[in-house]
Design a binder for this molecule. Structure first.
Ligand code: AMP
Ligand code: FE
Ligand code: FE
Ligand code: ZN
Length: 282
């Protein structure tokens, strides 16, 4: 069993990077990928601990892409290290833009008369300025009494098209595939049903991704039913893509998901890793 999708405190997970291989070993995994949002910064720490435990650490990250529909498109990248290559440089640019967006967003909410400061938001992210995202703004709005719940904060202020929405830089999915390849890695569509498409539309979108250099789609996903996983395994096979999988572990942020086993019924086969490695550029 392996797990190719986990998050640490480097992005929006609640466990430090070294805990991910520990939890994977406890679950009985032979390999685990750390896939923090837009960052490779947790990999050295995770790799050291994985080596001590005799477990394979697969370097990874998860990149948010431009996508016209609902839900957004997340792309997992594997086998890329933080070595200043084309993808790592682009990730640094995305993080800088996120920081600038967060400052503008705090300003915008102030202009809307909402009782919250940038410092409140950073505190919601455990003092980690680089890790701040809209969910932390939402939590700060709830704490300030300006929204009833995280979802209410998005519906009223933070969601796309709402009065507090401030856009940030995003890559096209094809750009991520190109940068991943140029950096020696592979690109995989994360949690495909998040795209909010019908079966036919999804098949079309996945076919386009395959043409633009994607290597796989995430089929064995923590929150998918056995039937949904089967549909995605079939779709991957039809498009000549690798059916990958992982829990999307975030620690206490998504308490229903465990490393390796997801909600208890996940078991990504070991063979997926060599299949994915076989797609790396020569
Ligand atoms: P950011 O990357 O800082 O723009 O934040 C994106 C995150 O905000 C997503 O990963 C979701 O967790 C959350 N999010 C975005 N839009 C919504 C929405 N309409 N309702 C609830 N959560 C949302
Ligand atoms: Fe996340
Ligand atoms: Fe995701
Ligand atoms: Zn994720």
């Amino acid at each position: 069993m392996i797990d190719l999708h986990t998050h640490s405190t480097v992005s929006d997970g609640s466990d430090p990077p070294h805990r991910i291989p520990e939890l994977a070993a406890e679950a009985g995994c032979s390999a685990v990928a750390l896939t923090d949002h837009d960052s490779l910064a947790g990999l050295p720490e995770a790799r050291r601990r994985a080596a001590e435990l005799g477990l394979t650490l697969v370097p990874g990250c998860e990149v948010s892409c431009r996508w016209a529909g609902t839900g957004g498109m997340h792309v997992l990248v594997y086998f890329v290290e933080d070595d200043g290559g084309p993808l790592p440089s682009e990730l640094a640019r995305l993080r800088a833009d996120r920081l600038a967006r967060n400052l503008r967003l705090a300003e915008r909410l102030g202009e809307l008369g909402l009782p919250l400061t940038y410092a409140d938001v950073v505190a919601e992210a455990g003092g980690e300025e680089a890790g701040v995202g809209r969910p932390h703004f939402a939590a700060a709005l709830v704490a300030a009494g300006a929204a009833d719940s995280i979802q209410d904060a998005f519906d009223r202020y933070l969601g796309d098209g709402r009065p507090g929405y401030v856009p940030k830089a995003r890559l096209e999915p094809g750009d991520v595939a190109r940068l991943a390849t140029a950096s020696g890695g592979v690109a995989v569509l994360a949690h495909p049903f998040s795209l909010g498409l019908t079966g036919r539309e999804l098949a079309e979108a996945v076919s386009e991704l395959a043409d633009s250099g994607f290597s796989g789609i995430e089929a064995y996903y923590g929150r998918y039913s056995p039937d949904q996983r089967r549909q995605l395994v079939d779709l991957a096979a039809r498009e000549g893509l690798v059916a990958t999988g992982g829990s999307d572990y975030h620690g206490t942020v998504k308490p229903d998901l465990a490393v390796g086993t997801g909600r208890g019924d996940l078991s990504v086969p070991d063979r997926v890793l060599p299949q994915l490695e076989g797609r790396r550029p020569a």
